[in-house]
Design a protein around this ligand. Sequence first.
Ligand SMILES: [Zn+2]
Ligand SMILES: [Zn+2]
Length: 242
Amino acid sequence: MPIDFKQFVSNILDICFPTTCCNCGEIVESRGLCSECWKKIRWISEPKCKICGIPFEVGITDICVACMNKKPCFDQASAAFEYNDSSKNIILKFKHGDATYLCPQLAAWIYSASKDIIPDADLLIPVPVHFFKRLKRKYNQSELLARELEKLSGILYEPRILQKKKHTHRQEGLSKKTRLQNVRGSFCANEKYAHFLRGKNVVLIDDVLTTGATADECAKVLKKHGARKVTVLVVARVALDS
Ligand SMILES: [Zn+2]
Ligand SMILES: [Zn+2]
């Protein structure tokens, strides 16, 4: 019987490096989550706000109160699942714990939550981090996600346009008002590449959408430099009851 060498190597790799659940680390058959963690994740589907993507318990209206009171600078936002006690471990491992091996799976989840957005997109732009933060964290998680999404979607990834010019405090735990003040004026476009934005349908990539302050500020800069439409894609977003 001929030995299938590729299969043999694959079996050895499976034994040495088994696939594990993104959340709890339990050994699983295929990439993703174990059945227990899958059940705990609140995947976002309809009904949700047509603009910011916040999920509704019941679909009485198309647009949430926050978007009705003040329409964001971005046109639409979409997330794979809710950011809550069950899912935040995955995000924090990826963002602050060097667990960059989670990126292909997280990008795949974003991709499946964006099937109506990606076909019309021209550019994938990651939310940038300040130079000092990047130096400290060694990577920008949004850049990794956008690069992975380029592979999945074939849409061009362009990290050079949007820049973080001001080092800001961490947004976690701040109120919506303080978050807005914190990020105001902290992003800019690199004049050398800003012309790429003219008339383009831009997709802004980030890991989490909380109040939308960062995404709003980025969208403002992108539109000021000619982007026709800005859609925000994230892995997780904070819901009303979180
Ligand atoms: Zn698990
Ligand atoms: Zn909304």
